[in-house]
Design a protein around this ligand. Structure first.
Ligand code: SAM
Length: 239
């Protein structure tokens, strides 16, 4: 099967140029947002973890910058921690990593993809990382703090987090999260305010946290999702 025909059979999350004139029709095109995340320009000699990599846009971006990258994700959508009504009852026709596998081949990538929930990810299995990248993953988890604790234990440098936040929750003068799982088609349990995200990152074990910026990520379908980019730093050697 030729590349275009293969790519056409995949449901893409990330817009990526696989070859000149062959761009995947992603749910999100992040190419215009890359500068918002504060990735180091060069990542030579760094180990990087991409949590919830899906098609691997960020894994391949970090590899291009010189990092040795591990991409973490689940293949079976039934294992995703989404509200029960949204959880598929059968194994989907495609594993989540189908797009990643194709892009990996096409790019000649050496990114290692590990099928594992962030809830179960430990330094004993994966080692430690200079950069942990976690984009739009925590917002879909019911236990955001457990995932952050796992990330803090894996990170010996900086976590780059980019997540949706709730603006109204930010009007309350203490850290709160808005409960969102009662909406019919919700794939979100909790929408923290920016302050709440910051407090959770510190609670999870990071020494410092910094807001790097806010932006609205627009989908080709026309909806926008407010994001805050936070960097958590871990100078202490985590266990
Ligand atoms: C909304 S996508 C974000 C993709 C990418 N990180 C980005 O920023 O564009 C969420 C990703 O997180 C993955 N994911 C969800 N729950 C996970 C978990 N418990 N452990 C690891 N990955 C998870 C999903 O399979 C999906 O690939």
């Amino acid at each position: 099967m030729d590349l275009a025909a293969h790519a056409e059979r995949i449901g893409w999350y990330h817009t990526m140029e696989l070859a000149p004139g062959l761009t995947t029709p992603g749910m999100f095109d992040l190419r215009g947002y890359v500068d918002r995340y504060g990735l180091p320009e060069r990542m030579d000699g760094m180990r990087a973890l991409d949590v919830g990599a899906w098609d691997g846009f960020w894994s391949f971006e970090m590899e291009r910058r010189g990092a040795q990258v591990v991409a973490l994700d689940l293949d079976d959508e039934r294992r995703l921690d989404v509200p029960p009504r949204r959880r598929p009852t059968r194994f989907p026709t495609q594993p989540r990593g189908a797009g990643f596998a194709l892009a990996h081949d096409v790019f000649g990538s050496e990114v290692e993809r590990v099928v594992c929930s962030i809830y179960d990810a430990t330094p004993a299995q994966l080692g430690h990382f200079d950069i942990v990248f976690c984009g739009s993953v925590l917002i879909h988890l019911r236990d955001q703090l457990l995932a952050l604790e796992r990330i803090a234990a894996l990170c010996r440098g900086t976590m780059i987090s980019a997540e949706e936040y709730n603006r109204a929750a930010g009007l309350v003068p203490f850290p709160v999260s808005r409960y969102r799982a009662d909406r019919k088609a919700s794939v979100v349990f909790w929408q923290p305010s920016v302050t709440t995200w910051k407090r959770m990152i510190l609670t999870a074990g990071f020494d410092t946290v910094e807001v790097k910026g806010r932006f609205t990520m627009r989908s080709p379908q026309g909806f926008g999702v407010r994001h805050v980019v936070l960097h958590g730093s871990n100078s202490v050697t985590a266990g």
